[in-house]
Design a binder for this molecule. Structure first.
Ligand SMILES: C[S@@+](CC[C@H](N)C(=O)[O-])C[C@H]1O[C@@H](n2cnc3c(N)ncnc32)[C@H](O)[C@@H]1O
Length: 265
């Protein structure tokens, strides 16, 4: 079979539907919270705090997995992401619904004049490369939130990153779904807490007996909880709480994913 393709491609270009396939595998394998659980968590937390929540911004919405859940729960949603390929997949899920809007932008900029009742982000802020970018992102979120609005997001722990490394090196994991195959590995870099995600993807076309190939590398950063809390406070947030993986449990030694909830006073 002929293999075609350019490499490397832009981060999160992915082959069509490749992101959702690899995401489902990771959720299952590494006990990450399914997006329905994330949506239930934020929905309940917004209801408990009181104050009407209608307008929600999903920061780095990716292929729209969480947007779809939020729409189902009746929210007006805006999804922001820098990847055109991911936004195209998101568009397929939201199908031009009136209550949904997609914006192409790159953090730390949030080029919107809206005021949101809540901002949420999953699996994405781990990609921000340094504390300046993270602080600027928090400040942008603070600017677009109404007073009393909440910012909920997750960060992977170093424990989780190390478990990804252990599962995918020295032999890459193979994830297959129909015509799509992904070889995935996560490696440590020389800088503590910094990791590279490598993906080599193939999409089979049975009619032409060919494969299209893509490869991508993303950086992941495991932050200490004190750093995130400190940056959130510097950006003007208060009432900062940290939970275990979109549950009401406190974080502990087994936590793979920390869920932060910050409030704009
Ligand atoms: C792992 S995906 C998560 C997507 C989605 N939130 C989800 O839960 O499925 C990370 C997303 O963050 C986006 N992203 C990473 N860095 C970004 C930045 N600086 N600005 C905007 N989007 C970014 C990527 O394009 C990608 O869609």
């Amino acid at each position: 079979m002929l293999v075609q393709g350019t490499e490397p491609s832009h981060p999160y270009s992915f082959l069509p539907e490749g992101y959702d396939v690899s995401d489902a595998w990771c959720v299952d394998k590494f006990r990450l919270a399914p997006r329905s659980q994330v949506a239930d968590f934020v929905h309940e937390s917004w209801q408990e705090r009181g104050g009407q929540v209608d307008k929600v911004l999903d920061l780095c919405c990716g292929s729209g997995l969480l947007l779809r859940e939020l729409l189902q729960r009746g929210y007006d949603v805006t999804g922001l992401d820098r990847s055109s390929a991911q936004l195209q997949q998101a568009e397929l899920k939201i199908r031009s619904q009136e209550r949904a809007r997609l914006v192409k932008a790159e953090l730390p900029a949030i080029p919107l004049d809206d005021e949101f009742d809540a901002v949420v982000s999953t699996g994405a802020l781990v990609h921000l490369p340094n504390d300046t970018t993270l602080l600027r992102t928090f400040e942008s979120v603070h600017r677009v939130l109404r007073p009393g609005g909440t910012f909920t997001f997750d960060m992977y722990t170093e424990r989780h990153a190390e478990s990804l490394v252990a599962h995918t090196t020295p032999t890459a994991r193979v994830i297959e779904s129909g015509p799509f195959t992904l070889l995935m590995s996560i490696t440590r870099t020389a800088i503590k807490g910094t990791y590279n995600w490598h993906g080599l993807m193939f999409l089979r076309d049975d009619t032409t007996q060919t494969y299209v190939r893509r490869s991508e590398t993303h950086q992941l950063y495991a932050w200490a909880q004190e750093q995130i809390v400190g940056l959130g406070a510097r950006a003007g947030f208060g009432d900062i709480e940290v939970f275990d993986n979109f549950t009401r449990q406190p974080t502990g030694s087994q936590t793979v994913c920390e869920t932060y909830v910050m409030v704009k006073p």
